[in-house]
Write a protein that binds this ligand. Structure first.
Ligand code: PMP
Ligand code: GLN
Length: 401
């Protein structure tokens, strides 16, 4: 007998020495911040809520009775708003009735896609470092997780074409891509995406792309891989309202792509949560189509660019080596010049050393991989906090210098 939870705990490095499973690194580090009173630059969530007009729309939806199960694929207004959003921003033509599925956050879309499309004979290829839930759902599907590293270069964390080519095999069924990328903040370039696309076509692999930070880029464009030639037919694109609208607790996500792939995802999804978020779906539908909300999102991205610089400059002054990200909420910082070779140990000590919490990048790598050793001394910090919080964190971090 095998127990899947053991596979999941093992694949995510969340087995304690005595064999009991541990909470995710985000939960562990947020708890550490609460316990010690340290400033939490670990788990990525904003400390200011999203647009009032969108919260009002959710309140109105509750008052208007949007409180029972919504339709399985999501309410029509939201599916139409998602299709319109993809056309307006990227020129993607999406059928709202057959090619869009609303999910419980991007997390459920990712899980349902992986569970629907791969099994024990298959390999799922991700970038490394990777968002933690990828390893977990690949393990739940019983598939094999392979990776291609993003490596620190003077141009940021970049994809290594030779390593990516070598990571593809005849068993690569699915490429689980993520751009803008958590945790590095890399926004993959059209050239990098073209390499992924060429290899996916060559190996007849499906691409599942996680684009939850699509609007949080700083002066570089986000390009969905589905817009590349011949890619829409083999790509499932996933996003979510959480990051775009600063309502991470609402958990309204979606996936779109060819009808036969969306059908497969829906088949699994309907037995995970069935449906969720009845009053939040109309609020997100409103938000995706409202010019005032779009202006709010653009301002969020602009303010994040400023906050990125504030935190990056502070980390550099404190003695870290940082790679300035082009998107997301996150910056990776190398602590080796400060004499800390073990990022996980540093993160445990950081509340007492500096009154700040970060997340070790080892939470996003696989033990023993090349990325794991290259990033052993690196820590992820989030800058999606108010300016005064970041100023205070930066001041505290100078104690390390
Ligand atoms: N993918 C990435 C890369 C993320 O960083 C996150 C979390 N913020 C998610 C997916 C999960 O998104 P959601 O909260 O919509 O489930
Ligand atoms: N996506 C958020 C992060 O990377 C956290 C989500 C979670 O706690 N699972 O920090």
């Amino acid at each position: 007998m095998t127990s899947r939870w053991r596979d999941v705990a093992h694949a995510t490095g969340l087995l304690a020495d005595d064999g009991t499973p541990r909470a995710t690194i985000f939960a562990e580090m947020s708890a550490l911040a609460v316990r010690t009173g340290a400033i939490n630059l670990g788990q990525g969530f904003p400390d200011v809520d999203g647009p009032a007009s969108v919260a009002d729309a959710a309140r109105a939806a509750i008052a208007d009775g949007a409180n029972q199960y919504p339709p399985g694929p999501g309410i029509p207004a939201l599916r139409h708003a998602i299709a319109d959003h993809q056309r307006r921003h990227y020129g993607l033509v999406v059928d709202p009735d057959r090619e869009v599925l609303v999910t419980t956050g991007a997390t459920e879309a990712l899980a349902a896609a992986v569970l629907a499309l791969v099994g024990p004979a298959d390999e799922v290829l991700t970038l490394e470092p990777f968002y933690d839930s990828y390893a977990a759902v690949i393990a739940m599907a019983g598939a094999t997780h392979t990776t291609a590293p993003l490596a620190a270069t003077p141009d940021g964390f970049r994809l290594d074409e030779a390593a990516l080519t070598a990571a593809f095999t005849d068993r690569t069924r699915l490429v689980l891509l993520n751009t803008p990328h958590n945790p590095t903040g890399t926004v993959l370039t059209p050239d990098e995406l073209a390499v992924v696309a060429r290899l996916a076509r060559q190996h007849d692999a499906i691409v599942v792309t996680d684009e939850v930070y699509e609007h949080l880029t700083f002066g570089v464009p986000h390009v969905p891989i589905a817009t590349l030639a011949d890619m829409a037919e083999r790509t499932l694109t996933i996003s979510s309202a959480g990051k775009t609208l600063s309502f991470t607790g609402w958990k309204v996500g979606w996936v779109h792509g060819p009808a036969h792939l969306v059908d497969a995802v829906r088949t699994v999804k309907q037995f995970l949560t069935y449906v969720s978020g009845a009053p939040f779906q109309p609020a997100v539908a409103f938000a995706l189509g409202d010019p005032g909300v779009q202006a709010w999102v653009d301002e969020l991205a602009a303010s994040l660019a400023r906050r990125r610089d504030l935190l990056c400059d502070g980390l550099t002054a404190a003695g870290f080596d940082v790679v300035r990200p082009d998107g997301t909420y996150f910056v990776l910082a190398d602590a080796s010049r400060l004499g800390h070779g073990d990022g996980a140990a540093l993160c445990r000590d950081l509340p007492s050393l500096a009154g700040v919490v970060g997340v070790p990048v080892s939470a996003f790598t696989r033990a023993g991989s090349s990325a794991d050793s290259a990033l052993a001394s690196w820590v992820r910090f989030t800058f999606v906090k108010r300016d005064e919080v970041l100023h205070e964190a930066v001041a505290r971090l100078q104690r390390l210098a």
